[in-house]
Design a protein around this ligand. Structure first.
Ligand code: CP3
Length: 349
């Protein structure tokens, strides 16, 4: 057995599998009591700065649930932290930037990332996790995409309407493109360093890109997504492109160079896959709120996602967004059991 033979890697490459692989966005942390026990004495950032602890937290969901992939425990803010941007990750709020980006001088202050010097602990965590996983299941590395990072930098924290972000984008297009250039360089350096340290696949989280129209996506974001996937293509590992609320953007995102497209729950997996094209793999797309429902509802909704995948090679089961903090541990197990029991009808190669 090598990692290339694993269910996740085979599905990501659209090769036939004996059953659908499954992992969960935000599986590390949040819902696990064993994670909360670690978090009682350390902040999220402190966990990531202690590679042995970071590895332990990454492996917790693997041990507890038997998921088919591990995801590195880190945050999308790490490249910014590494480049010296002052920020906190506040409980129940998310990232808060001390000095939001509002003018040219703020953009110019963003220096390039040197992963080995700036984030050695992340790379060391990857090496420890890879050793611990041996050849059992793959490790997914990730980065936040330039638009989502820009939104946090400009707003200073999470937002519902992205008003400051878009006002900046429309009013100062040249400065916007400078900011996106710098973030793109950081993301490429960070993802390449993760691959060199041993991750088996990379996911680009453009969580908030669904706030844009297709036309604005094409003008203000897509060139950078394309540059990132272009720069990673030679790695030869699965590249996943994910955003929330992207039903209207999927046709564009599918042309950006990722081999796997993440799908949220606002569109049926069958409809999404048709738009993305069957020459790409898809990942998704159970509504995370289904895990707050009774078991019979969970079973029904999991089977619905699997039925929509139609047994076609190239489906990785996941949620449409991350696990919610209030999700019962048993609901996560139930999703996995239902997938394991599902009789897979493979349609061709
Ligand atoms: O998926 C995983 O299990 C790996 C770990 C991971 C974290 N953040 C750890 C974390 C990943 C992949 C992320 C990505 C991330 N971080 C995204 C993209 C994914 C998405 O959900 O859209 C975004 C937008 C962030 C920014 C961020 N960090 C938010 C919005 C929050 C939530 C704030 C809250 O408390 O509800 C965080 C904090 C965070 N990052 C937590 C975890 C486990 C939860 C709080 C904690 O344990 O301290």
């Amino acid at each position: 057995m090598t990692i290339d033979d694993s269910l996740f890697m085979r599905a990501a490459r659209r090769q036939p599998v004996s059953r659908t692989p499954v992992w969960f966005m935000r599986q590390a942390g949040r819902v696990l009591p064993e994670y909360r026990a670690v978090r009682d004495s350390l902040t999220l950032i402190e966990i990531t700065q202690r590679p042995e602890v970071c590895a332990e937290v990454t492996l917790q969901p693997v041990r507890r649930f038997g998921v088919d992939a591990a995801i590195l425990f880190a945050d999308i803010m790490h490249p910014l932290i590494g480049a010296g941007v002052a920020l906190d990750i506040v409980d129940g709020v998310g990232p808060v930037i001390h000095q939001p980006v509002r003018a040219a001088a703020d953009v110019e202050r963003l220096r390039p990332l040197e992963p080995a010097a700036d984030l050695p602990y992340v790379l060391e965590s990857i090496r420890i996790i890879k050793r611990a996983l041996a050849n059992s299941i793959p490790l997914i590395g990730f980065a936040g995409a330039p638009y989502t990072l820009a939104a946090y930098l400009i707003e200073g924290k999470g937002t519902r309407d992205f008003a400051r972000t878009k006002a900046f984008m429309y009013a100062e297009p040249a400065l916007w493109h400078q900011l996106m250039e710098r973030l793109t360089g950081m993301v490429i350096a960070y993802m390449r360093a993760q691959a060199a340290a041993g991750v088996d696949a990379l996911q680009l989280f453009d969580s908030w890109v669904g706030s844009l129209s297709p036309r604005d996506y094409a003008a203000y974001v897509q060139p950078y997504a394309r540059r990132i996937f272009d720069a990673l293509a030679s790695l030869g590992i699965p590249l996943i492109h994910f955003g929330v609320n992207t039903a209207t953007l999927l046709a564009e995102m599918a042309t950006d160079g990722a081999s796997v497209i993440g799908i949220d729950w606002r569109i049926g997996l069958d409809d999404a896959w048709r738009v993305v094209g069957h020459d790409k793999a898809v990942q998704g797309n159970l509504d995370p709120c289904v895990l707050l429902a009774p078991e019979d509802v969970i079973d029904r909704e999991v089977r619905d996602v699997l039925a929509r995948a139609g047994g076609r090679p190239g489906h990785i089961f996941n949620l449409g967004h991350g696990l919610l903090p209030q999700t019962p541990v048993d609901a996560v197990s139930r999703v996995i059991e239902t997938i394991h029991e599902y009789a897979l009808v493979t349609i061709g190669e």
